[in-house]
Design a protein around this ligand. Structure first.
Ligand SMILES: Nc1ncnc2c1ncn2[C@@H]1O[C@H](COP(=O)(O)OP(=O)(O)OP(=O)(O)O)[C@@H](O)[C@H]1O
Length: 238
């Protein structure tokens, strides 16, 4: 039997009159890279916010690594090994990279050893920036720092919200390389509008459309699905 890491059942979320998620079911296995796509406003970020405990769903359940989470407890689920990034990069701009990493280590349930931090920083090719103020780095470097900060917390699942947003095409290629190696370090859930990322990284793709699951399957099948092309890939969002 495959090892289920994330098991989401019938999750719904309303914001006033807006039904952002309408009964979403989703299973992600350990080691399986899951890509989530869909137009602006289809509910992708809300879904990650519910899973990471930042938003409480109106109904439904989230089980992570065998433990039930009702939503709305981000600290508990983070301690259980789920971490995330945001569309807008989040580093402490006034602090050095070293001090940014130190803040991540303080928050970790099982912080990486100094040797392991050094190894991850070397792998991310960001070691030479350790004494630089994070706010003076390029967006690409800030994303590398963010990945470093998340990885030193030894996550089981890393949820990435548009990791290549705002990057140049050369940087996108580099980031795809980084993320494909990241697959060997933790399980990845990735929201993206850049289909190259989805095609090259995802084992399974889930398409959200107006808060509902429109389609789910391997990238080759989903990216050639006529309904997905008509309702998303053929639009300006994709
Ligand atoms: N805090 C909030 N208050 C009210 N409405 C919200 C809130 N967050 C999201 N929504 C609404 O819920 C719906 C889903 O938004 P969400 O941000 O999850 O979509 P998305 O698929 O992540 O979009 P994008 O690709 O633009 O990031 C939208 O109609 C949005 O306006």
């Amino acid at each position: 039997m495959k090892d289920v890491l994330l098991d989401v059942k019938a999750v719904s979320k309303r914001f006033g009159g807006v039904a952002a998620l309408k009964g979403i079911d989703l299973v992600q296995h350990r080691g399986e890279t899951l890509g989530m796509i869909g137009p602006n406003g289809s509910g992708k970020t809300t879904f990650v916010n519910v899973i990471s405990g930042h938003i409480k769903p109106n109904s439904g359940s989230v089980t992570f690594d065998g433990e039930a989470f009702g939503g709305s407890n981000p600290f508990r689920i983070a301690k259980a090994g789920l971490t995330r990034t945001y569309q807008a990069v989040r580093v402490f701009g006034e602090l050095s990279v070293r001090d940014n990493v130190a803040t991540a280590l303080v928050d970790a349930r099982d912080p990486a050893s100094p040797e392991s931090v050094a190894e991850i920083a070397e792998w991310l090719r960001i070691s030479h920036r350790f004494d630089t103020r994070a706010g003076s780095l390029t967006l690409m470097e800030q994303r590398q720092v963010e990945l470093l900060m998340r990885l030193v917390q030894k996550p089981k699942l890393m949820m990435l919200d548009e990791p290549v947003g705002g990057l140049s095409s050369a940087e996108v290629r580099t980031m795809i390389g980084v993320l494909s190696e990241l697959k060997g370090r933790c399980t990845i859930f990735v929201i993206e509008h850049t289909m190259k990322v989805i095609r090259e990284l995802a084992d399974k793709v889930v398409v959200l459309m107006a808060g509902e699951k429109l389609a789910e399957g391997p990238p080759a099948q989903i990216l050639s699905d006529q309904r997905v092309i008509d309702q998303y890939l053929g639009t300006a969002d994709a």
